[in-house]
Write a protein that binds this ligand. Structure first.
Ligand code: HEC
Length: 190
């Protein structure tokens, strides 16, 4: 196609392309290129406990509560996006910067509900429970964040597995934020 014809076509195509961010077509390639190196089941690198190529695990990071990395429909409250945009301590990827276009696509995808595939059958709840991420973020009443894996509920306590030495620590549910208490109950549900 000649350049001139291509330029004439683009304004007509653009509104259609901009409508929806498709996870497989638009988002996955960005993550593959910029994140899988360190966050992937395939490469075996699970920095900070996060993997983004195993969608069952990744799905656990997507929920409308204040410990989830991605809050569907709320890009401004999604830590996942914040660390790509802002130059904080945990900037991702650590040695690079996503393009404005890539960030726009991810913002759109989160705004539109952060779905992997509109047509995909919903994951059975039991299948999701069995693949809890090894490390989740928990917030206590003082707003302090704890990174740990969920082990079980034990009466009024939640038993968490510490990432560094895999020791199990019992923590009073009542001292966690409301969202983290809910997360613990969701994790424990069959
Ligand atoms: C070169 C390796 C590398 C790449 C590439 C990389 N990460 Fe990370 N990531 C890390 C490391 C190391 C940590 C742990 C940092 C820490 O906790 O201080 C981390 C932590 C994280 C966290 C948790 C941060 C937090 O504040 O708790 C998220 C979310 C994350 N990465 C997402 C991403 C995304 C999304 C990409 C791609 C855009 C990406 N990472 C690319 C190495 C990487």
């Amino acid at each position: 196609m000649s350049l001139i014809r291509f330029c004439l076509l683009v304004p007509f195509l653009a509104p259609t392309l901009a409508l929806t961010a498709d996870f497989q077509k638009d988002i996955q390639p960005i993550l593959e290129k910029n994140c899988y190196e360190c966050h992937s089941v395939k490469t075996g690198k699970k920095k900070a406990g996060f993997v983004f190529d195993d969608l069952k695990t990744f799905k656990m990071d997507i929920a409308d509560n204040d410990v989830a990395q991605i809050r569907p429909g709320k890009p401004a409250e999604s830590h996942f996006l914040e660390i790509m945009v802002n130059d904080g301590k945990n900037h991702m990827p650590p040695d690079g910067q996503l393009s404005t276009g890539d960030i726009k696509k991810i913002t759109e995808w989160i705004s539109e509900g952060a779905n992997f595939d509109k047509n995909a059958p919903k994951l059975a709840p039991t299948a999701v429970k069995k693949s809890l991420p090894p490390i989740m973020s928990w917030t206590n009443m003082d707003g302090k964040t704890i990174k740990a894996g969920f082990v079980r509920l034990d009466g009024e306590n939640v038993v968490l597995r510490m990432p560094l030495n895999a020791s199990e620590v019992s923590y009073p549910l009542a001292k966690l934020s409301e969202a983290s208490q809910k997360l613990a109950r969701d994790c424990a549900a069959p």
